[in-house]
Unconditional design. Structure first.
Length: 277
């Protein structure tokens, strides 16, 4: 088995797997993180994620045309770009849980791009980069070396942006993001820009969430990641599952690619039925 963590010449663990999404996965279920790190389960491609990617790429094209000071793409140029990307990505969809079929998803994507173009794009003043990658040293001590990786959808001189194209309007849950959102904290630390905005284009319209992150939150991020890394180091060679969290919607055949290798295994289900029979 290929291990996702290496040992350097000083005998320290070197973690290069850390992204905001993997931190969120650890919150959801450590065993799901294990399956991901060891490439034991393949995430199926769902219509919601693929549609979001097609919308992202169309938005990226619009902003890139502004940065390069070319003739900025029109609204209809954006739709044409989306149609091109969606035509390719829709062929790769494994399930249609979110929208039901290709036509409904396409129509939904068009509506969300309309919301972005007319409401969010006017807020963008000085874009300097799209899809900006980072790979930065997060922490280093005698025990471990940890790098944080990620991609920022849009970087302005004084603002970072991330685009979301969900079904539900989760701007209503802003207070939860204000307290616990890992992505905005990780990205502001990595880029050295304290201001972060989500542009959220959902089925009922659009909204934004803006945050200002500070040093105390960046320190919390490092502590959180160190705790995850320590758990992984202690269980790296363990034969069997890591800590399971089946107390939520994510633990289901529909939403977890590891379900059939984990709680959904037939022996576990049979045992449960016998115990409660």
């Amino acid at each position: 088995m290929d291990y996702p963590i290496q040992i350097d010449e000083k005998g320290r663990y070197v973690h290069t797997w850390v992204r905001q999404s993997s931190i969120k996965t650890s919150d959801m279920c450590m065993n799901r993180l294990r399956e991901s790190l060891f490439n034991l389960a393949v995430e199926p491609k769902n219509d919601g994620a693929e549609l979001g990617t097609a919308c992202h790429q169309a938005v990226e094209d619009v902003i890139q045309s502004r940065i390069e000071q070319e003739a900025e793409m029109t609204e209809y140029d954006m739709y044409d770009a989306f149609d091109y990307y969606w035509d390719e990505m829709s062929q790769e969809v494994d399930n249609w849980y979110s929208y039901g079929d290709e036509k409904k998803a396409w129509d939904n994507g068009r509506k969300k791009l309309y919301s972005w173009y007319h409401n969010v794009l006017p807020m963008i003043k000085k874009p300097v980069g799209v899809e900006v990658n980072f790979n930065k040293l997060l922490m280093e001590d005698e025990q471990r070396v940890v790098y944080l990786r990620g991609t920022v959808d849009l970087v302005e001189e004084d603002m970072l942006w991330d685009w979301k194209f969900p079904k539900a309007d989760y701007t209503k849950d802003r207070w939860q993001y204000d307290r616990w959102d890992v992505q905005s904290i990780a990205y502001t630390w990595a880029m050295g820009v304290p201001n972060f905005s989500y542009g959220v284009m959902h089925n009922s319209g659009w909204g934004t969430m803006q945050f200002v992150r500070d040093q105390s939150e960046h320190d919390w991020l490092k502590q959180k990641v160190a705790t995850i890394c320590e758990y992984i180091e202690n269980n790296l060679h363990l034969e069997g599952k890591w800590l399971l969290n089946d107390n939520g919607w994510w633990c289901s055949e529909k939403w977890c690619p590891s379900w059939t290798r984990c709680k959904g295994q037939t022996p576990l289900i049979v045992e449960s039925e016998e115990q409660h029979g």
